[in-house]
Design a protein around this ligand. Structure first.
Ligand code: FAD
Ligand code: FES
Length: 359
């Protein structure tokens, strides 16, 4: 079934740091099941700004096992359309169009698990990590969480009060180290006076990650590693984990995107597209410069999509005939690509005939 949007009323708006806000939604009883989620998943919001329909994904920072409403945390992006709209204009009582939770970055928590979770985040990348953190601490009484969280300065730390509370409540099972890359002078003493390493100067980079794992080795042998933050932070963290031979299947990554693709690959002009969507067979010609997804939207169809940046995988479909080029792929694994899956929001045709099928 194709995902659809539902109108949810805003229940609470809270400033989380100098440049970010969190927004909580009221989910009516009849939509309770529809909006069920796993810790780490995201919502897609749709707005009409300057007469244009825009969609963006935001990870849930709330936990499905805590008794709390669905909440997202949004950090302003310089010049960004939606992140600034949310920070400047949304208020309690407003209705927002929201697609049910989705995403493949989540922790499969179970009461009986005995694991060490390493959580790496920076900036707004804290949102799904906070959800995983709370869910693990509450659900898995025998598991440990070792978390490192990077920000520019103290003013930009999202959820600092909540994190402090969790540190107090789960002292024995939760270690948190924060890094600040550009601390304000009044905070610069923190790491010299801090005896417990809770603050560190710099970024979440390869050196910091290697130091962190050395300093806080896993308690339970069964360790998992979750990463969410800007591209360079993800790359550096992955590199540090590879240096200590962490197997790929234990590393889970969420990227929020952000970089415009500089790809200049030429498409096959006016390729013939056949798409099976929602049981309907659609025929269209793919105009120059258009992706498979945009071609279908322009034809008045409703293919699933969210980030339109090659990050979230909502637009995934299977290529049955022909060849395509993906401008960006931060969502599909090598195995999925081998099996013929593509991100339709990033795919341009390389052959005259293209056939795809959406699940
Ligand atoms: C799965 C997923 C989950 C996400 N969860 C969150 C979340 O929990 N909290 C949150 O604040 N954001 C999150 N994002 C990012 C969010 O969807 C938007 O991309 C972000 O808010 C920017 O949108 P905008 O309309 O303000 O900027 P745009 O108007 O789209 O872009 C303006 C400029 O900023 C650049 N840019 C776009 N996105 C980013 C970015 N993320 N970082 C840096 N530069 C960027 C663009 O390249 C462009 O140059 C998530 C993204 C994905 C794919
Ligand atoms: S819509 Fe997000 S990857 Fe295509």
């Amino acid at each position: 079934m194709m995902p659809k949007f539902y109108q949810l009323r805003i229940q609470d708006v809270k400033k989380e740091a100098q440049d970010s806000t969190s927004v909580a939604f009221d989910v009516p009883n009849d939509l309770y099941e529809t909006f069920n989620y796993k810790a780490g998943q995201y919502l897609t919001l749709r707005f009409n700004i300057n007469r244009e329909d825009v969609r963006r994904s935001y990870s849930l920072c709330s936990s499905p096992v805590f008794e709390e409403p669905l909440r997202i945390g949004v950090k302003r992006v310089n010049g960004g359309l939606v992140s600034n709209h949310i920070n400047d204009n949304l208020k309690v009582g407003d209705l927002v169009e929201v697609m049910p939770p989705d995403g493949r970055f989540y922790a499969d928590t179970k009461k009986e698990n005995y694991k060490t979770y390493y959580l790496f985040s920076a900036g707004s990348g804290i949102t799904p990590i906070l959800s995983i953190l709370k869910t693990v601490l509450l659900t898995e009484k025998r598991s440990f969480v070792h978390m490192i969280y990077g920000n520019r300065s103290h003013d930009s730390i999202m959820f600092s009060t909540e994190l402090e509370q969790l540190q107090n409540d789960y002292k024995d099972r939760f270690v948190l180290v924060q890094t600040l890359s550009r601390p304000k002078s009044k905070w610069s003493d923190l790491w010299t006076t801090s005896k417990d390493n809770s603050f560190r100067k710099g970024r979440v980079d390869t050196e910091a990650v290697e130091w962190f794992i050395n300093e806080y080795p896993p308690y339970a042998q069964n360790a998992e590693y979750y990463i969410c933050g800007p591209g360079t932070m993800i790359e550096n963290t992955k590199k540090a984990l590879k240096n200590i031979d962490v197997p790929d299947e234990r590393i889970f990554i969420e990227s929020f995107g952000g970089k415009d693709s500089k790809d200049t690959t030429e498409a096959f002009e006016n390729a013939k597209l056949t798409a099976i969507l929602n049981g309907e067979t659609i025929q269209a010609s793919i105009p120059k410069g258009k992706t498979i997804l945009r071609t279908l939207i322009d034809a008045g169809k409703e293919p699933p999509y969210s980030c339109e940046g090659g990050v979230c995988s909502t637009c995934m479909c299977k290529l049955k005939t022909g060849k395509i080029h993906m401008k960006n792929n931060l969502a599909l694994t090598d195995k999925e690509v081998e099996q013929g899956y593509i991100l339709s929001c990033q795919s341009i045709p390389l052959t005259e005939t293209i056939e795809v099928e959406y699940k």
